[in-house]
Write a new protein. Structure first.
Length: 221
């Protein structure tokens, strides 16, 4: 038997709607299925030092429920009280939802800005996956060599798998980041993995020169 476990770390930051971003969990629950949902409020409440979360369990067997609850004791409650106060006070709850929508809109707009700038520069390949993906992070499709080029030549920092934090982008650095990606994808040969994934097509020339921009330090980890 499959037992679904959901991770809900960025509720509201994908679409701006708390309901839409939790649709899958609500749907499974409506079917009467047992499930576990690990929900974090670190991001959408800004409680990074508290690391408050919410464990949602749907268990149909009373004995199993009793045994499970026996394992959950002495929980830290300071962060939980903050979240509970906001969620149970209508005016605070509405204000918080407004903040969530603002953050989601910013993330969506920076995805569009990055894609637009990449396409404006004529960066090889299709970059629609930048705007098709959702949430705080995006997998660019860059390979480790290209990532290393971004780090060493442009001081744009991201892990070797090419994942960037969209929240690290802003109107002041998005052109710099796009220029770095353009330079990496036109100068460095692509790995077979990314060719197969079709995220980036092969340009006619692997080594096309480009004008570098002033170095800025951008952290996109």
């Amino acid at each position: 038997m499959l037992y679904p476990v959901f991770e809900c770390a960025y509720q509201g930051f994908a679409s701006g709607s708390l309901e839409k971003d939790s649709w899958a969990v609500r749907y499974f629950a409506s079917l009467g299925m047992e499930l576990c949902c690990c929900q974090s409020f670190a991001k959408n409440f800004g409680l990074y030092n508290e690391r408050i979360g919410n464990l949602i369990l749907i268990i149909n067997d009373q004995t199993a429920m009793t045994n499970t609850l026996a394992q959950i004791t002495l929980l830290v409650c300071h962060g939980a009280r903050i979240v509970a106060r906001v969620l149970n006070t209508p005016e605070y709850f509405e204000e918080w939802k407004g903040h969530i929508q603002t953050m989601a809109n910013r993330i969506i707009s920076m995805r569009k800005a990055l894609r637009d700038q990449l396409e404006k520069l004529g960066t090889p390949g299709s970059w629609d996956h930048i705007t098709n993906q959702i949430g705080m992070f995006s997998y660019t499709g860059l390979n480790p060599r290209q990532v290393q080029h971004l780090v060493e030549e442009y001081h744009v920092y991201l892990p070797k798998d090419g994942r960037i934090s969209i929240c690290g982008l802003n109107p002041s650095n998005v052109e710099h980041v796009a220029a770095a990606i353009y330079d990496a994808t036109t100068k460095l040969i692509y790995s077979p993995l990314y060719i197969r994934m079709n995220l980036i097509s092969i340009p006619r020339s692997f080594y096309r020169s480009t004008t570098s921009v002033n170095t800025l330090q951008t952290n996109l980890c």
